[in-house]
Write a protein that binds this ligand. Structure first.
Ligand code: LHQ
Length: 254
């Protein structure tokens, strides 16, 4: 298996598991990741943590595999695009725990997640322009939305190594944890999120997805619709009770 899966207390951890190849992405890896993400639609899964085994998160497309490819890049990218859409459309928080290098489509994978937790030793590099390619796997969509058009163009053109600290300054990284305690702290952070009001968080994600291409009027209507749904949830009821009883909420995700 090139994707390992571990489930505990509502948290599904998916690990890219080709450590000897710095988790370079193969078709097999994308197919396995796609299957795992489809299964993650199960309501028992309330948050997903995507990470890499060994010293890298992922160095992107396995360049050895594409050298002997049979299909066009356009056809090959269908495997990537399926995974990116699944990450974005899962109605629950998806976190990337970036333990080392995230390059090319490995970087893109992290951008399709809802939050990025980075080890102090992590770094990012678009890598595409260095081999005469354009950004793919959603990078041209997510990166300018996070860092702005001109910074995205700068990063995509010069493809520097962006340290975790620099990525934090740019808004690419949301939390940084020390190398020694990274796995433990990322897991604890994700476990806490897996105990959250999952339905409301999923609806929040849908709102943010829609806001990229909607007018204020459309968003006001969509917010009202989503609030109606959240307002009928068990978690809203529990949240209100907990507030009145001055105790922490015990959300069920429904
Ligand atoms: C690798 C790779 C790699 C194979 C390092 N593949 N072996 C989608 C579909 C269609 C077309 C193509 O594009 C895509 C999407 C993409 O992702 S394109 C972008 C692909 N990725 C890259 O171009 C990144 C290439 N790698 C690097 O720039 C560096 O290796 C980084 C900056 C990631 C890490 O640097 P270091 O930590 O200094 O490690 P290293 O460079 O020494 O690499 C260690 C080994 O890993 C080395 O092999 P070796 O046998 O010499 O030890 C590399 O050749 C190998 N490796 N990336 N993507």
């Amino acid at each position: 298996m090139v994707i390992t899966q571990h489930q505990e207390a509502g948290l599904l951890t998916l690990t890219l598991n080709r450590p000897d190849a710095l988790n370079a992405i193969t078709t097999e890896l994308l197919v396995e990741l796609g299957h795992a993400l489809e299964k993650a639609q199960d309501p028992a899964v309330r948050a997903i943590l995507l990470t890499g085994a060994g010293r890298a998160f992922s160095v992107g497309q396995d360049l050895k595999e594409v050298q002997v490819r049979q299909e066009s890049f356009k056809d090959h990218l269908r495997h990537y695009n399926r995974v990116i859409k699944l990450l974005q459309h899962l109605e629950k928080p998806v976190l990337a725990a970036i333990n080392g290098a995230a390059a090319g489509a490995g970087f893109s994978l992290t951008l399709a997640c809802d939050l990025r937790l980075a080890s102090e030793s992590a770094f990012f590099t678009p890598a595409f322009s260095r081999i005469g390619l354009v950004p793919d796997s959603g990078m041209s969509y997510f990166l300018p939305r996070i860092v702005g058009w001109n910074k995205a163009f700068d990063l995509l053109t010069f493809s520097p190594r962006v340290t975790a600290e620099e990525a934090f300054e740019l808004g690419i990284v949301d939390r940084i944890f020390p190398v020694d305690t990274f796995q433990e702290q990322a897991r604890a952070f994700a476990l806490e999120l897996a105990q959250g009001p999952t339905l409301a968080l999923g609806l929040t994600k849908q709102l943010l997805c829609r806001s990229g291409s909607a007018t204020l009027e459309e968003m006001l209507d969509y917010e009202a619709e989503m609030q109606d749904r959240a307002g009928q949830s068990q978690d809203h009821h529990e949240g209100m009770q907990a507030f009145l009883e001055k105790r922490p909420s015990r959300f069920s995700g429904m």
